[in-house]
Design a protein around this ligand. Structure first.
Ligand code: GRF
Length: 210
């Protein structure tokens, strides 16, 4: 059995994906992982509130609190070490992690994106913009992607995707809601597979042993 996952969740917003992973842990769908801290750049993030309610350390830390990138990164790594995090889940985190952290946690950082990457990803593709672009493209399907994080936005190897139809009457808002629902399904599923040692990234080729 793989070592127990000690997950640091990074989130900037509402925290519904954080909640979906917590629910899977609480209902014992995931039994080999704990969320050891929730980290946010945004002091008003719903994710921090959720963490506090669950007695999970909630850390508000952002670049503006430090004089240099270097100092900020040292402080962030110190936090990850303090909670002995060995895995990072980006659940709506709106900032890029430093290359030091990305290298330190190679193949141990995952992100969720509300589109079928490589479509509608990259800089500027966040929130409602993603769904507006998907509808404007004329595509008949969109979906969600869980992927490894590397040093480019929305770029690392894909781990899992699920699709939804884009209906003729679809708006960006209805599409966002449909996709969020499947995010809450596939993100905890990927965390579970990781915690059971069933996902490997072999030079960009992702292997899942279900
Ligand atoms: C999700 O749509 C996710 O795909 C994106 O940010 C959003 C976060 O939502 N990366 P929530 O804060 O988990 O509700």
């Amino acid at each position: 059995m793989a070592e127990r996952l000690k997950i640091a969740v990074f989130a900037s917003g509402k925290g519904s994906n954080l909640e979906s992973i917590l629910n899977s842990i609480e209902s014992c769908k995931i039994i080999h992982a704990d969320i050891v801290c929730v980290i946010s750049n945004n002091s008003n993030a719903g994710a921090l509130e959720i963490a506090k309610q669950k007695n999970i350390p909630a850390v508000h830390i952002n670049r503006e609190q430090y004089l240099t990138d270097e100092e900020f990164n040292v402080a962030l790594i110190k936090k990850l070490n303090e909670f002995a995090a060995n895995f990072i889940v980006l659940a709506g985190y709106m900032k890029m992690l430093s290359s030091t952290i990305i290298r330190k946690y190679k193949n141990r950082i995952i992100n969720i994106h509300p589109a079928l990457l490589p479509k509608f990803g990259g800089k500027g593709m966040y929130g409602i913009h993603v769904h507006e672009a998907a509808i404007a493209s004329g595509d008949k399907v969109s979906g969600a992607t869980v992927h490894f994080v590397d040093e480019e936005y929305d770029h690392g190897s894909t781990i899992m995707q699920e699709t939804v139809n884009i209906d003729t009457t679809e708006t960006a808002g209805t599409l966002a809601a449909k996709i969020l629902k499947i995010e809450h399904k596939i993100f905890p599923e990927v965390v579970r597979l990781f915690s059971e040692g069933k996902i490997y990234n072999e030079d960009g080729k992702v292997v899942i042993c279900k």
